[in-house]
Design a binder for this molecule. Sequence first.
Ligand SMILES: [Zn+2]
Length: 271
Amino acid sequence: MVVSFTSRSSKISHKRSGDVAVTSLIGRDRDPHAFEPTPDQARLLSHAQLFIVNGLGFEGWLLRLTNSAQYHGPVIVATQGITPITTTGPGGGVSVPDPHPWQDARNGTVYAGNIAQALAAVDPAHADRYRHRLREYQAKLGELDRHVRAELGAIPAQQRRVITTHDAFSYYGRAYGVTFLAAEGISPNSEPSVQAVAQLIRQIRQERIKALFLENISDPRLIDGLAGETGTTPGPPLYSDALSRPDGPAPTYIRMLEYNTAVLKQGMLKN
Ligand SMILES: [Zn+2]
């Protein structure tokens, strides 16, 4: 799992329980932008009954993998129905969709709905059970959305500024009223220009931004460098594109948004 439901290959076993055997192609704490499927994973996919992907250009390797796996089953795009935020990146150019909608809990309900519908279609004998679990989970996501708003509600507007490594939080920012300034674009593999870094350093100093964050998937050197230049201390890593290990602070989608919100709040209160 990349984050919650992304880029998973799912094997559904028609057992009495109606449970689903889910295999995630991309592991915890791994950068999905830099992912390359292995031959073993292609073999695994060839036996799958359902393949769930994020979409919005996130899985650039998708066609290569389905071709090499000779996978002809359904490919479900979990972001189907979400209107993406588009970006042209720091250098301008072609507008591309931002592939990180899961950072808005309301979009999480869309992901869950698409996945439940796909499971019910592939495993119709247990369709009622999937629908029931969907309703329960979507109710939890509604609570989560209210929790995030309540947590951030007391932060004054001028303090709602955060620096991150790559541009993975625009949906969170739009949903919850936080301005994120990222050193890198929507993919962390794009090295920022010297000018872009210098501009960011000026902005951090001028606006006295203390909320600097690494991400669990990113190389720490860039944020460490920004922190050193501006006399700030980076906060604990945010979980942007991948969950933590089960014993970490963000082992599930809901815990990830709760944890990110708690550390973002702490950081912004120092601004
Ligand atoms: Zn990302």
